[in-house]
Design a protein around this ligand. Structure first.
Ligand SMILES: Cc1cc2nc3c(=O)[nH]c(=O)nc-3n(C[C@H](O)[C@H](O)[C@H](O)COP(=O)(O)OP(=O)(O)OC[C@H]3O[C@@H](n4cnc5c(N)ncnc54)[C@H](O)[C@@H]3O)c2cc1C
Length: 470
């Protein structure tokens, strides 16, 4: 293939054509594209953890082509990534269990319903597909709920339902106060772990190696990468290479410092709760459902008084953001429901194991009652929650960093925030195009690590809102 490094010969076991720091979904996708698509043989993935086990297996595993940034770069990246996800599903007999249930954004606020309509006009312009409206008028198109499994022949675009009879018919579990739902269709979920393992197996079959160790240094010669130092159980060694890829997830900034670059990222802690919905309140074929209205948690007058009296618990009476979401998890008769309520989004240090948040399951469950009132049945006896999660490592405008860094031969793929699984295939493809000097897609510039140096980009940042960011 046409790339500058594919013809290099490795001289011994301690050299490589490229060394990737991190075997999360970003590193694995990068290794996949470098080996399988570009024919680069000696790609070494270095990680001191088992592949995919830090953040990438803690995800909700959802995907969406619902990105409203006015330049369309995120929409283009995600549409490309979803095309590639569907291609993996097709060639593996859907080993990754890709579905297209959609994202169902719900509201009890008529003003937000009007906002949904404006967002649909924007999404259509950016390439999300056809928009359909269900108002209860005889001329409305029929509303097709999403299939439970698979993705073929499912609609794309979005449906806005403001006909409350239709909402109750298809989504009877939602609060009766719901006045509109926006069903974005080229969205759903898949097994992120299966995707990662598929990509890793294929990369290894094409020559990629996994090395258990920690990257502790990057050697430079005349401002060019010439080696990567790795601490392994057997000691420290340096792998001679001219290409280094930082795919260190939450440690992106630390690893950036190894090449003297201060990457513009920070991290937020995001937790998710799983419970067994033993009363069967959430239908197993539900879409990923989001309550988009800010809310105050439902408490009795007595509970309110009690919480208000204690400075430590008073925060529970404050307004919470419109970010609560859930989806059913598992095949067959699995009763598991995943729920996320990102309400702590201040920047934090990346600490592992994650800090405890003992109030989180109850806050999430109470928030759920606002969206799905029948969940109140669990308030007396909370089902045993399982909490896990990780960090959204992100840039200020929540777009990834993919491309070259100042020392020649250094690259980054990261800041994948809450969309790293869904973006992994297109981001890996883009990273490999940078490394190999191939033609870049039109959206590449929106993800350049040095984009903030461009005055036009800085101006563009002023126009961004955080509509529909999860
Ligand atoms: C609660 C939650 C829900 C999410 N939901 C979704 C979702 O629905 N859809 C979606 O697309 N995304 C979702 N995400 C985001 C997604 O999980 C991340 O964007 C993605 O996993 C990031 O992948 P990564 O490879 O960059 O990082 P990681 O998976 O963290 O991998 C980084 C790897 O680098 C290694 N590493 C770091 N430093 C070094 C070093 N010096 N030497 C060697 N190895 C090193 C680490 O050990 C780690 O294995 C969610 C995330 C969270 C936390």
């Amino acid at each position: 293939m046409n790339n500058p490094i594919s013809n290099r010969q490795s001289t011994n076991l301690h050299s490589a054509d490229a060394v990737i720091c991190g075997a999360g979904i970003a590193g694995v996708a990068a290794a996949h594209w470098l080996t399988v698509a570009h024919g680069i043989k000696r790609v070494v993935l270095v990680d001191d953890r088992a592949p995919l086990t830090l953040t990438s297996d803690k995800s909700t595993e959802a995907y969406r082509n619902w990105w409203l940034d006015p330049d369309g770069a995120m929409m283009a990246l995600m549409n490309r990534s979803i095309d590639l996800l569907e291609a993996v599903a097709r060639r593996t007999n859907n080993r990754i269990r890709l579905n297209r249930r959609g994202y169902l954004y719900a509201t009890a606020d008529p003003d937000r319903a009007a906002q949904f309509r404006r967002q649909m006009a924007q999404a259509a312009k950016l390439g999300a597909g056809e928009m359909r409206f269900h108002t209860g008028a005889p001329a409305d198109p029929p509303y097709r709920p999403s299939p439970r499994h698979g993705f073929k022949n499912a609609p794309d675009g979005a449906d806005l339902i403001t006909d409350t009879t239709l909402i109750r018919k298809h989504y009877p579990f939602l609060s009766e106060k719901t006045v509109a739902v926006l069903h974005a269709r080229r969205c759903g979920w898949f097994s992120g772990y299966q995707l990662g393992m598929t990509l890793l197996e294929e990369a290894r079959a094409y020559g990629a190696e996994l090395v258990s160790g920690r990257v502790t240094g990057v050697r430079l010669e005349k401002n060019r990468v010439c080696g990567v130092t790795v601490a392994t159980a057997g000691g420290t060694e340096t792998i001679a290479t001219e290409t280094f890829v930082n795919a260190a997830g939450p440690f992106l900034k630390d690893v950036g410092r190894l090449v003297s670059v201060d990457l513009p990222v920070f991290s937020e802690l995001h937790l998710k709760v799983s419970i067994k919905d033993r009363l069967g309140i959430i239908p197993r074929d539900a879409p990923l459902t989001i309550w988009t209205d800010p809310q105050r948690l439902p408490f009795s007058a007595e509970e309110r008084e009690f919480l208000a009296a204690d400075a430590e618990s008073r925060w529970m009476l404050a307004e919470f953001p419109g970010t609560l979401h859930f989806r059913p998890e598992g095949e067959g008769d699995s009763p598991v429901v995943l729920m996320l309520f990102p309400y702590h989004t201040e920047p934090v240090a990346e600490i592992f194991p994650l800090p405890d948040d003992p109030d989180y399951p109850e806050v999430v469950l109470r928030g759920m009652v606002t969206m799905v009132p029948a969940m109140a049945a669990y308030l007396q006896r909370l089902p045993k929650p399982y909490v896990d999660g990780g960090y959204y490592t992100k840039t200020k405008e929540n777009r990834p960093l993919v491309g070259a860094l100042p020392p020649d031969g250094a690259f980054v793929i990261g800041a994948l925030s809450g969309f790293g699984l869904m973006a992994s295939l297109a981001a890996g493809e883009l990273l490999a195009a940078h490394v190999c000097g191939s033609q870049l897609p039109e959206y590449a510039a929106a993800f350049f690590p040095n984009r903030y140096d461009d005055p036009d980009y800085r101006q563009f940042l002023q126009s961004l809102t955080d509509d529909n960011q999860l």
